[in-house]
Design a binder for this molecule. Structure first.
Ligand code: SAH
Ligand code: SF4
Ligand code: F3S
Length: 439
Protein backbone atom coordinates (compact mmCIF):
# COMPACT_ATOMS: atom_id res chain seq x y z
CA UNK A 1 0.00 0.00 0.00
CA UNK A 2 1.54 3.26 -1.11
CA UNK A 3 0.25 5.78 1.33
CA UNK A 4 3.06 7.74 2.90
CA UNK A 5 3.02 11.35 1.89
CA UNK A 6 5.59 14.06 2.42
CA UNK A 7 5.01 17.76 1.66
CA UNK A 8 7.55 20.58 1.50
CA UNK A 9 6.16 24.10 1.75
CA UNK A 10 7.55 27.23 0.09
CA UNK A 11 6.23 30.79 -0.10
CA UNK A 12 3.81 32.61 2.14
CA UNK A 13 1.72 31.69 5.16
CA UNK A 14 -1.22 30.91 2.90
CA UNK A 15 0.82 28.04 1.56
CA UNK A 16 1.62 26.84 5.08
CA UNK A 17 -2.11 26.83 5.80
CA UNK A 18 -2.83 25.09 2.50
CA UNK A 19 -0.31 22.37 3.27
CA UNK A 20 -2.26 21.57 6.44
CA UNK A 21 -5.43 21.55 4.39
CA UNK A 22 -3.93 19.14 1.85
CA UNK A 23 -2.68 16.92 4.67
CA UNK A 24 -6.21 16.98 6.10
CA UNK A 25 -7.72 15.92 2.78
CA UNK A 26 -5.19 13.14 2.22
CA UNK A 27 -5.31 11.94 5.81
CA UNK A 28 -9.09 11.54 5.49
CA UNK A 29 -8.42 9.41 2.42
CA UNK A 30 -6.11 6.89 4.03
CA UNK A 31 -2.74 8.57 3.57
CA UNK A 32 -0.31 8.99 6.45
CA UNK A 33 1.85 12.07 6.87
CA UNK A 34 5.57 11.41 6.70
CA UNK A 35 8.11 13.81 8.18
CA UNK A 36 10.90 13.08 5.76
CA UNK A 37 11.18 12.45 2.06
CA UNK A 38 13.31 9.32 2.33
CA UNK A 39 10.60 6.79 2.97
CA UNK A 40 7.68 8.61 1.36
CA UNK A 41 5.64 7.23 -1.54
CA UNK A 42 4.47 10.69 -2.56
CA UNK A 43 6.57 13.84 -2.45
CA UNK A 44 4.72 17.10 -2.98
CA UNK A 45 6.21 20.57 -3.24
CA UNK A 46 3.78 23.36 -2.34
CA UNK A 47 5.28 26.12 -4.43
CA UNK A 48 5.52 29.91 -4.75
CA UNK A 49 5.73 32.03 -7.91
CA UNK A 50 5.94 35.49 -6.42
CA UNK A 51 9.50 36.21 -7.58
CA UNK A 52 11.80 34.48 -10.00
CA UNK A 53 14.16 33.32 -7.24
CA UNK A 54 11.26 31.54 -5.52
CA UNK A 55 10.68 29.51 -8.68
CA UNK A 56 14.38 28.84 -9.22
CA UNK A 57 14.53 27.27 -5.77
CA UNK A 58 11.82 24.80 -6.77
CA UNK A 59 13.61 23.93 -10.02
CA UNK A 60 16.76 23.15 -8.06
CA UNK A 61 14.81 21.00 -5.68
CA UNK A 62 13.24 19.12 -8.60
CA UNK A 63 16.70 18.40 -10.01
CA UNK A 64 17.63 16.82 -6.69
CA UNK A 65 14.45 14.79 -6.61
CA UNK A 66 15.29 13.33 -10.02
CA UNK A 67 17.87 11.10 -8.38
CA UNK A 68 15.42 10.07 -5.72
CA UNK A 69 12.90 9.14 -8.38
CA UNK A 70 15.45 6.91 -10.09
CA UNK A 71 16.24 5.09 -6.87
CA UNK A 72 12.62 4.57 -5.98
CA UNK A 73 10.63 3.86 -9.08
CA UNK A 74 6.97 4.18 -8.38
CA UNK A 75 7.29 7.22 -6.14
CA UNK A 76 5.03 10.07 -7.19
CA UNK A 77 6.43 13.58 -7.34
CA UNK A 78 4.03 16.47 -7.57
CA UNK A 79 3.75 20.23 -7.64
CA UNK A 80 1.07 22.07 -5.67
CA UNK A 81 0.46 25.78 -5.18
CA UNK A 82 1.13 28.83 -7.26
CA UNK A 83 3.65 27.38 -9.74
CA UNK A 84 1.12 24.73 -10.67
CA UNK A 85 -1.05 27.47 -12.14
CA UNK A 86 1.72 29.35 -13.86
CA UNK A 87 3.86 26.59 -15.31
CA UNK A 88 1.84 23.46 -15.73
CA UNK A 89 2.95 22.71 -19.29
CA UNK A 90 6.55 23.49 -18.62
CA UNK A 91 6.52 21.29 -15.51
CA UNK A 92 5.00 18.28 -17.17
CA UNK A 93 6.72 18.49 -20.55
CA UNK A 94 10.18 19.78 -19.70
CA UNK A 95 10.72 18.63 -16.15
CA UNK A 96 9.65 15.13 -16.93
CA UNK A 97 9.93 13.88 -13.38
CA UNK A 98 6.71 15.56 -12.28
CA UNK A 99 3.70 13.21 -12.17
CA UNK A 100 1.19 15.53 -10.61
CA UNK A 101 0.37 19.24 -10.93
CA UNK A 102 -2.45 20.58 -8.76
CA UNK A 103 -3.33 24.25 -8.23
CA UNK A 104 -4.71 25.89 -5.07
CA UNK A 105 -8.41 25.44 -5.90
CA UNK A 106 -8.28 21.75 -6.85
CA UNK A 107 -6.95 20.15 -3.67
CA UNK A 108 -10.20 18.27 -3.06
CA UNK A 109 -9.39 16.20 -6.15
CA UNK A 110 -5.94 15.18 -4.88
CA UNK A 111 -6.88 11.61 -3.86
CA UNK A 112 -8.36 11.01 -7.31
CA UNK A 113 -5.44 12.68 -9.12
CA UNK A 114 -2.95 10.67 -7.06
CA UNK A 115 -4.67 7.48 -8.24
CA UNK A 116 -4.19 8.70 -11.79
CA UNK A 117 -0.51 9.34 -11.11
CA UNK A 118 -0.01 5.93 -9.47
CA UNK A 119 -1.60 4.46 -12.58
CA UNK A 120 1.21 5.95 -14.67
CA UNK A 121 -0.67 8.89 -16.17
CA UNK A 122 -0.22 12.56 -15.32
CA UNK A 123 -2.57 13.86 -12.60
CA UNK A 124 -3.47 17.42 -13.49
CA UNK A 125 -5.92 19.80 -11.81
CA UNK A 126 -5.35 23.49 -12.34
CA UNK A 127 -8.78 25.10 -12.62
CA UNK A 128 -9.33 28.16 -10.48
CA UNK A 129 -12.65 28.53 -8.72
CA UNK A 130 -14.76 31.51 -7.73
CA UNK A 131 -16.28 29.72 -4.77
CA UNK A 132 -13.92 27.12 -3.30
CA UNK A 133 -13.03 28.01 0.31
CA UNK A 134 -12.54 24.49 1.78
CA UNK A 135 -14.92 25.65 4.51
CA UNK A 136 -15.86 22.14 5.53
CA UNK A 137 -12.37 20.63 5.65
CA UNK A 138 -10.44 20.39 8.90
CA UNK A 139 -6.74 21.00 8.34
CA UNK A 140 -4.29 18.43 9.70
CA UNK A 141 -2.51 20.00 12.65
CA UNK A 142 -0.11 18.59 15.18
CA UNK A 143 -0.68 19.80 18.73
CA UNK A 144 0.95 23.14 19.32
CA UNK A 145 0.45 26.73 20.35
CA UNK A 146 0.06 28.64 17.09
CA UNK A 147 -2.24 27.92 14.18
CA UNK A 148 -2.81 29.51 10.79
CA UNK A 149 -6.40 29.87 9.65
CA UNK A 150 -7.10 30.89 6.12
CA UNK A 151 -10.05 33.30 6.27
CA UNK A 152 -10.21 34.05 2.59
CA UNK A 153 -8.61 33.02 -0.67
CA UNK A 154 -7.51 34.81 -3.82
CA UNK A 155 -7.03 38.48 -4.57
CA UNK A 156 -8.88 41.08 -6.65
CA UNK A 157 -6.47 43.97 -6.28
CA UNK A 158 -4.30 43.35 -9.35
CA UNK A 159 -1.23 45.27 -8.27
CA UNK A 160 0.61 45.47 -11.58
CA UNK A 161 3.74 43.62 -10.37
CA UNK A 162 1.96 40.73 -8.72
CA UNK A 163 1.23 37.22 -9.92
CA UNK A 164 -1.05 36.25 -7.02
CA UNK A 165 -4.40 37.15 -8.68
CA UNK A 166 -3.39 34.84 -11.54
CA UNK A 167 -2.19 31.94 -9.40
CA UNK A 168 -4.84 32.13 -6.69
CA UNK A 169 -7.82 33.48 -8.58
CA UNK A 170 -10.63 35.73 -7.41
CA UNK A 171 -11.18 36.83 -3.87
CA UNK A 172 -13.64 34.83 -1.75
CA UNK A 173 -14.25 34.55 1.98
CA UNK A 174 -14.96 31.59 4.21
CA UNK A 175 -18.05 31.69 6.37
CA UNK A 176 -17.57 33.45 9.70
CA UNK A 177 -19.21 30.56 11.49
CA UNK A 178 -16.79 27.95 10.15
CA UNK A 179 -13.81 30.06 11.19
CA UNK A 180 -15.19 30.52 14.70
CA UNK A 181 -15.82 26.78 15.00
CA UNK A 182 -12.24 26.13 13.97
CA UNK A 183 -10.98 28.49 16.67
CA UNK A 184 -13.21 26.77 19.24
CA UNK A 185 -11.60 23.44 18.36
CA UNK A 186 -8.13 24.92 18.61
CA UNK A 187 -8.99 26.42 21.99
CA UNK A 188 -10.07 23.06 23.35
CA UNK A 189 -6.78 21.56 22.13
CA UNK A 190 -4.79 24.16 24.05
CA UNK A 191 -3.70 26.42 21.19
CA UNK A 192 -2.80 29.93 22.33
CA UNK A 193 -2.44 31.90 19.11
CA UNK A 194 -4.37 32.06 15.87
CA UNK A 195 -3.36 34.00 12.75
CA UNK A 196 -6.17 34.82 10.33
CA UNK A 197 -4.82 34.77 6.79
CA UNK A 198 -5.69 36.31 3.46
CA UNK A 199 -3.83 38.18 0.74
CA UNK A 200 -5.95 41.16 1.83
CA UNK A 201 -7.50 39.73 4.91
CA UNK A 202 -9.13 43.04 5.81
CA UNK A 203 -11.35 42.93 2.74
CA UNK A 204 -12.97 39.82 4.25
CA UNK A 205 -16.72 39.76 3.64
CA UNK A 206 -19.16 37.02 4.56
CA UNK A 207 -22.56 38.28 3.42
CA UNK A 208 -22.03 41.70 4.94
CA UNK A 209 -20.02 40.58 7.96
CA UNK A 210 -16.72 42.36 7.53
CA UNK A 211 -13.24 41.74 8.87
CA UNK A 212 -13.86 43.79 12.02
CA UNK A 213 -16.86 41.54 12.78
CA UNK A 214 -14.74 38.46 12.21
CA UNK A 215 -11.94 39.73 14.47
CA UNK A 216 -14.36 40.63 17.26
CA UNK A 217 -16.03 37.19 17.12
CA UNK A 218 -12.65 35.45 16.94
CA UNK A 219 -11.37 37.39 19.97
CA UNK A 220 -14.42 36.41 22.01
CA UNK A 221 -14.01 32.65 21.55
CA UNK A 222 -11.26 32.40 24.16
CA UNK A 223 -9.75 35.45 25.85
CA UNK A 224 -6.49 33.62 26.40
CA UNK A 225 -5.97 33.09 22.67
CA UNK A 226 -4.08 35.80 20.86
CA UNK A 227 -5.52 36.80 17.50
CA UNK A 228 -3.14 37.90 14.75
CA UNK A 229 -3.93 38.65 11.11
CA UNK A 230 -2.12 39.27 7.86
CA UNK A 231 -1.96 40.89 5.27
CA UNK A 232 -3.79 44.23 5.48
CA UNK A 233 -4.20 46.41 2.42
CA UNK A 234 -4.23 50.19 3.13
CA UNK A 235 -7.41 50.54 1.08
CA UNK A 236 -9.45 48.42 3.48
CA UNK A 237 -8.14 49.49 6.89
CA UNK A 238 -11.39 50.93 8.22
CA UNK A 239 -11.97 52.96 11.40
CA UNK A 240 -14.26 50.21 12.62
CA UNK A 241 -11.40 47.72 12.24
CA UNK A 242 -8.99 49.97 14.17
CA UNK A 243 -11.51 50.41 17.00
CA UNK A 244 -12.09 46.65 17.11
CA UNK A 245 -8.35 46.01 17.50
CA UNK A 246 -8.16 48.66 20.23
CA UNK A 247 -11.20 47.25 22.03
CA UNK A 248 -9.90 43.68 22.53
CA UNK A 249 -6.83 42.95 24.65
CA UNK A 250 -6.23 39.64 22.87
CA UNK A 251 -6.16 41.11 19.34
CA UNK A 252 -2.50 41.90 18.73
CA UNK A 253 -1.50 45.51 18.24
CA UNK A 254 0.46 44.72 15.15
CA UNK A 255 -0.48 45.51 11.56
CA UNK A 256 1.40 44.33 8.50
CA UNK A 257 0.56 47.14 6.09
CA UNK A 258 2.70 46.93 2.94
CA UNK A 259 3.54 50.31 1.43
CA UNK A 260 5.63 48.96 -1.52
CA UNK A 261 7.02 52.40 -2.48
CA UNK A 262 7.20 55.95 -1.14
CA UNK A 263 6.62 57.59 -4.52
CA UNK A 264 3.10 58.45 -5.64
CA UNK A 265 4.11 58.10 -9.26
CA UNK A 266 5.35 54.54 -8.67
CA UNK A 267 2.37 53.67 -6.46
CA UNK A 268 0.08 54.70 -9.28
CA UNK A 269 2.03 52.59 -11.79
CA UNK A 270 1.75 49.72 -9.31
CA UNK A 271 -2.04 50.22 -9.09
CA UNK A 272 -1.80 50.36 -5.30
CA UNK A 273 -4.86 52.69 -5.05
CA UNK A 274 -3.48 55.00 -2.32
CA UNK A 275 -1.08 57.92 -2.11
CA UNK A 276 1.75 58.27 0.38
CA UNK A 277 -0.18 61.09 2.07
CA UNK A 278 -3.24 58.90 2.52
CA UNK A 279 -1.06 56.07 3.80
CA UNK A 280 0.67 58.30 6.38
CA UNK A 281 -2.69 59.66 7.57
CA UNK A 282 -3.84 56.09 8.05
CA UNK A 283 -0.79 55.31 10.16
CA UNK A 284 -1.37 58.43 12.28
CA UNK A 285 -5.00 57.57 12.81
CA UNK A 286 -4.18 53.98 13.76
CA UNK A 287 -1.60 55.20 16.28
CA UNK A 288 -4.21 57.49 17.89
CA UNK A 289 -6.87 54.79 18.09
CA UNK A 290 -4.54 51.94 19.13
CA UNK A 291 -1.85 53.24 21.49
CA UNK A 292 1.39 51.31 21.06
CA UNK A 293 0.40 49.73 17.73
CA UNK A 294 3.33 48.65 15.61
CA UNK A 295 3.65 48.27 11.87
CA UNK A 296 5.59 46.20 9.42
CA UNK A 297 5.73 46.57 5.67
CA UNK A 298 6.78 45.15 2.30
CA UNK A 299 8.94 47.23 -0.01
CA UNK A 300 9.98 46.67 -3.62
CA UNK A 301 13.12 48.29 -5.03
CA UNK A 302 13.63 48.96 -8.73
CA UNK A 303 10.08 48.87 -10.11
CA UNK A 304 10.11 49.93 -13.81
CA UNK A 305 11.02 53.62 -14.29
CA UNK A 306 11.99 54.06 -10.61
CA UNK A 307 14.39 57.01 -10.38
CA UNK A 308 16.77 57.95 -7.60
CA UNK A 309 14.16 60.53 -6.50
CA UNK A 310 11.49 57.84 -6.23
CA UNK A 311 13.92 55.70 -4.26
CA UNK A 312 14.69 58.56 -1.86
CA UNK A 313 10.95 58.98 -1.29
CA UNK A 314 10.80 55.31 -0.25
CA UNK A 315 13.60 55.87 2.27
CA UNK A 316 11.68 58.94 3.42
CA UNK A 317 8.42 57.10 4.06
CA UNK A 318 10.33 54.43 6.03
CA UNK A 319 11.77 57.15 8.26
CA UNK A 320 8.39 58.79 8.71
CA UNK A 321 6.57 55.60 9.68
CA UNK A 322 9.44 53.91 11.53
CA UNK A 323 8.32 50.33 10.91
CA UNK A 324 9.13 47.66 13.46
CA UNK A 325 10.06 45.37 10.59
CA UNK A 326 10.05 45.08 6.82
CA UNK A 327 10.20 42.45 4.08
CA UNK A 328 12.28 43.96 1.31
CA UNK A 329 12.57 42.75 -2.28
CA UNK A 330 14.08 43.55 -5.65
CA UNK A 331 11.47 43.90 -8.36
CA UNK A 332 11.13 40.69 -10.35
CA UNK A 333 9.13 40.77 -13.63
CA UNK A 334 6.34 38.18 -13.71
CA UNK A 335 4.92 37.04 -17.00
CA UNK A 336 1.22 37.79 -17.41
CA UNK A 337 1.20 40.81 -15.09
CA UNK A 338 0.70 44.36 -16.34
CA UNK A 339 4.14 45.47 -15.21
CA UNK A 340 5.64 42.70 -17.34
CA UNK A 341 4.77 44.81 -20.38
CA UNK A 342 6.71 47.73 -18.96
CA UNK A 343 10.40 47.85 -19.61
CA UNK A 344 12.33 46.37 -16.66
CA UNK A 345 14.69 49.30 -16.99
CA UNK A 346 16.33 49.64 -13.59
CA UNK A 347 19.69 47.85 -13.88
CA UNK A 348 20.22 44.88 -11.57
CA UNK A 349 23.11 46.68 -9.88
CA UNK A 350 20.95 49.69 -9.09
CA UNK A 351 18.15 47.48 -7.74
CA UNK A 352 20.65 45.81 -5.41
CA UNK A 353 22.20 49.06 -4.30
CA UNK A 354 18.79 50.55 -3.51
CA UNK A 355 17.67 47.39 -1.77
CA UNK A 356 20.77 47.46 0.42
CA UNK A 357 20.06 51.06 1.41
CA UNK A 358 16.49 50.10 2.26
CA UNK A 359 17.69 47.17 4.38
CA UNK A 360 20.27 49.31 6.14
CA UNK A 361 17.76 51.98 7.12
CA UNK A 362 15.31 49.37 8.35
CA UNK A 363 17.93 47.66 10.50
CA UNK A 364 18.86 50.96 12.07
CA UNK A 365 15.21 51.79 12.81
CA UNK A 366 14.41 48.29 14.16
CA UNK A 367 17.43 48.54 16.41
CA UNK A 368 16.47 52.01 17.67
CA UNK A 369 12.91 50.90 18.39
CA UNK A 370 14.17 47.83 20.25
CA UNK A 371 16.71 49.85 22.29
CA UNK A 372 13.89 52.20 23.31
CA UNK A 373 12.06 49.23 24.84
CA UNK A 374 14.80 48.62 27.42
CA UNK A 375 13.27 49.15 30.86
CA UNK A 376 9.70 48.48 29.71
CA UNK A 377 7.58 45.47 30.71
CA UNK A 378 6.16 43.24 27.99
CA UNK A 379 3.70 40.36 28.04
CA UNK A 380 4.91 37.43 25.97
CA UNK A 381 3.51 34.07 25.01
CA UNK A 382 6.19 31.49 25.84
CA UNK A 383 6.70 29.43 22.69
CA UNK A 384 9.54 27.16 23.79
CA UNK A 385 13.24 27.01 24.44
CA UNK A 386 15.33 29.71 22.83
CA UNK A 387 17.20 28.66 19.71
CA UNK A 388 20.58 29.24 21.26
CA UNK A 389 20.26 27.74 24.74
CA UNK A 390 18.03 25.30 26.58
CA UNK A 391 18.47 27.38 29.72
CA UNK A 392 16.34 30.10 28.15
CA UNK A 393 12.77 30.43 26.95
CA UNK A 394 11.70 32.46 23.93
CA UNK A 395 8.34 34.01 23.21
CA UNK A 396 6.80 36.90 21.36
CA UNK A 397 5.24 40.17 22.35
CA UNK A 398 1.90 41.34 21.10
CA UNK A 399 3.86 43.39 18.53
CA UNK A 400 5.56 40.23 17.28
CA UNK A 401 9.02 40.77 18.77
CA UNK A 402 11.04 37.82 20.04
CA UNK A 403 11.94 38.02 23.75
CA UNK A 404 14.43 35.68 25.42
CA UNK A 405 14.64 35.13 29.21
CA UNK A 406 16.09 32.62 31.67
CA UNK A 407 13.86 29.62 32.41
CA UNK A 408 12.38 29.21 35.89
CA UNK A 409 9.92 26.86 37.60
CA UNK A 410 7.05 29.39 37.69
CA UNK A 411 6.27 29.17 33.99
CA UNK A 412 6.15 26.74 31.08
CA UNK A 413 5.52 26.71 27.34
CA UNK A 414 2.11 28.12 26.51
CA UNK A 415 2.01 30.47 29.52
CA UNK A 416 1.96 34.23 29.29
CA UNK A 417 4.78 35.92 31.18
CA UNK A 418 5.55 39.49 32.14
CA UNK A 419 9.15 40.30 31.24
CA UNK A 420 11.22 43.39 31.98
CA UNK A 421 13.40 44.13 28.94
CA UNK A 422 17.06 44.73 29.81
CA UNK A 423 18.93 44.34 26.50
CA UNK A 424 18.15 44.46 22.78
CA UNK A 425 19.54 43.82 19.31
CA UNK A 426 17.79 44.72 16.05
CA UNK A 427 16.23 41.23 15.99
CA UNK A 428 15.78 40.14 19.63
CA UNK A 429 14.87 41.50 23.06
CA UNK A 430 16.31 40.02 26.28
CA UNK A 431 14.77 40.43 29.70
CA UNK A 432 14.12 39.35 33.30
CA UNK A 433 11.10 37.31 34.31
CA UNK A 434 8.71 39.21 36.58
CA UNK A 435 5.63 37.00 36.87
CA UNK A 436 3.23 34.66 35.15
CA UNK A 437 0.29 36.61 33.85
CA UNK A 438 -2.89 36.67 31.77
CA UNK A 439 -3.61 38.67 28.67
N1 SAH B 1 -1.14 40.33 -0.45
C1 SAH B 1 -0.03 40.83 0.17
C2 SAH B 1 1.26 40.13 -0.15
C3 SAH B 1 1.54 39.73 -1.55
S1 SAH B 1 3.07 38.94 -1.94
C4 SAH B 1 0.01 42.31 -0.09
O1 SAH B 1 -0.80 42.84 -0.79
O2 SAH B 1 0.82 43.00 0.46
C5 SAH B 1 4.18 39.59 -0.74
C6 SAH B 1 5.03 40.70 -1.20
O3 SAH B 1 5.88 40.29 -2.25
C7 SAH B 1 4.31 41.91 -1.75
O4 SAH B 1 3.80 42.73 -0.77
C8 SAH B 1 5.40 42.58 -2.56
O5 SAH B 1 6.14 43.46 -1.77
C9 SAH B 1 6.27 41.41 -2.97
N2 SAH B 1 6.15 41.14 -4.40
C10 SAH B 1 5.05 40.71 -5.06
N3 SAH B 1 5.31 40.61 -6.38
C11 SAH B 1 6.60 40.97 -6.56
C12 SAH B 1 7.45 41.07 -7.69
N4 SAH B 1 7.02 40.80 -8.92
N5 SAH B 1 8.74 41.46 -7.50
C13 SAH B 1 9.18 41.76 -6.26
N6 SAH B 1 8.41 41.69 -5.17
C14 SAH B 1 7.13 41.30 -5.29
FE1 SF4 C 1 -0.55 40.88 -4.99
FE2 SF4 C 1 -1.48 43.31 -4.68
FE3 SF4 C 1 -3.09 41.21 -4.32
FE4 SF4 C 1 -1.17 41.75 -2.56
S1 SF4 C 1 -2.93 43.07 -3.04
S2 SF4 C 1 -1.66 39.74 -3.42
S3 SF4 C 1 0.47 42.53 -3.83
S4 SF4 C 1 -2.16 41.85 -6.23
FE1 F3S D 1 3.89 32.85 -3.33
FE2 F3S D 1 1.51 32.15 -4.06
FE3 F3S D 1 1.96 32.98 -1.59
S1 F3S D 1 2.93 33.28 -5.28
S2 F3S D 1 3.59 34.46 -1.89
S3 F3S D 1 2.75 31.18 -2.49
S4 F3S D 1 0.17 33.39 -2.82
Amino acid sequence: MKNRIYIETYGCQMNLADTELVQGILNNNGYTISKDADNADVILLNTCSVRDNAEQKIYHRLDHLKKFKKERSGAVIGILGCMAERLRRNLIEEKKIVDLVVGPDEYRRLPELLDVAFGGEKGIGVKLSRTETYDDITPYREDGLSAWISAMRGCDKFCTFCVVPFTRGRERSRSLLSIIEEIEKLSSRGFREVTLLGQNVNSYNDNGKDFADLLASAAEVDRSIRIRFTTSHPQDLSDKLLHTIAGHSNICNYIHLPVQSGSNRILSLMNRTYTVEHYLELIDKARKIIPGVSFSTDIISGFPTETIEDHLLTLDVMQKVRYDGAYMFKYSPREGTKAYQMNDDVPEETKSKRLNEIIEIQQRISNEINQSLIGTEEIILIEGESKKSELFYAGRTDTNKVVVFRKNENVKEGDYALIKINRATSATLFGDFISRTNL
